[in-house]
Design a protein around this ligand. Structure first.
Ligand code: NAP
Length: 324
């Protein structure tokens, strides 16, 4: 028997989440039966999508976990997996929802990156660029929430592809990080006197591509800065996730007609059949020094709600993870 801790939502969020919306539970887990494995979390992920996943069901999330005991030969004791089984310190699985960590994961690369650059957020950046935008060399790309888990990888991949990259982020420290990563232009959207002027100044020629993570007001101001036939990959809309009442216009249609823009929403799992090859490609970029990683690590399973709320507030530079 093992004592398992789990976080559950006891009250639906009303606007921004609060400590009192979460409750920590402790339960005894039975030994795994034939075909099952007992997992212990090593790193847990907090992601913006959990804001709306929490709404309907128990939190679903990614964690890298180590197999503690196993009656499933596919997952021997000591092996590492990515699992989606709730905010839990320990869990029992029949293996169906487990993804083994890449077989030749280098020993000098933290397993936490399987939740970040070499995991779901990195894949989101790659598929948004390659499958949705079809980004071409010498094009100009704009990405917002650029210092976050997805955004920083978007900018770095666009640089690998020979593009001009403009990033916006919510603090001067984040802007400095974007410059360190090789972004051509970066600005703090919270302190620029005019978002419109900042976008114009960063790319007077206009934008071929927008990798949209923020939505809302940012999107309204950015669309008119697109070039004719510009492409927009709608990855996220974090500026609207905590709204009790949906934001209203201005609506984008007229700008889209005049500029003949193409806008496509996507979720990264559309291309999951490509994940093994894509993760290898990104690991190679990491080892070659073309892809840099930064993480915002919160220590302790007890601090998961705080880490989650910090992410929604913008505390993180790079991927927000919890180390158990
Ligand atoms: N479509 C998909 O498959 C997929 C997959 C993963 C993520 N996503 C989406 O991609 C976006 C980025 O996710 P992530 O995991 O990389 O998170 P992240 O960027 O690491 O963290 C969220 C960031 O959003 C910014 N933010 C928070 N509130 C904001 C607001 N009101 N206005 C503008 N920016 C705000 C904050 O940065 P600042 O300090 O810069 O404001 C914060 O650090 C999210 O919208 C997420 O839902 C989509």
């Amino acid at each position: 028997m093992v004592q398992a801790k789990s976080w559950v939502m006891v009250k639906h969020f009303d606007g921004f989440p609060k400590d009192s919306d979460f409750q920590l539970k402790v339960e005894e887990l039975p030994e795994p039966k034939d075909g099952e494995v007992l997992l212990e979390a090593v790193f847990l992920s907090v992601d913006p999508y959990m804001r709306w996943v929490f709404w309907n069901k128990l939190p679903e999330y990614c964690k890298t976990a180590e197999t503690l005991s196993s009656k499933n030969p596919a997952f021997p004791v000591g092996s590492h997996v990515v699992s989606h089984c709730g905010w839990r310190s320990h869990s029992v699985s029949d293996g169906a929802d487990l993804i083994p960590i890449m077989a030749d994961w280098p020993s000098d690369v933290s397993l936490s990156l399987a939740l970040g650059t070499i995991g779901m957020p990195g894949l989101t950046a790659l598929y948004g660029i390659e499958e949705v935008l079809g980004l071409q060399k010498n094009e100009t790309l704009l990405v917002n929430a650029a210092a976050g888990a997805v955004g920083n990888v978007v900018g770095q991949i666009a640089k690998i592809k020979g593009c001009k990259v403009v990033g916006s982020a919510g603090s001067d420290a984040k802007v400095a990080y974007l410059r360190e990563l090789g972004f051509d232009e970066a600005f703090n959207y919270k302190t620029v006197p005019s978002l419109e002027e900042a976008l114009k100044k960063a790319a007077p020629e206009g934008y071929d591509c927008l990798f949209e993570n923020v939505g809302g007001y940012f999107s309204t101001v950015a669309l008119p800065q697109m070039k004719t036939f510009g492409r927009i990959a709608v990855c996220g809309s974090i500026s609207t996730y905590n709204d009790g009442t949906p934001q209203t216009g201005p609506y984008p249609h007229f700008t889209m007609i005049v500029k003949q823009l193409k806008m496509e929403g996507f979720t990264q799992n559309r291309w999951q059949h490509k994940n093994p090859e894509s993760l290898k490609r990104m690991m190679a970029w990491l080892k070659e020094g073309k892809l840099k990683c930064r993480e915002h690590v919160t220590k302790g399973f007890e601090n998961m709600p705080a880490a989650f709320m910090g992410l929604l507030r913008g505390d993180n530079i790079g991927k927000a993870v919890v180390a158990v």
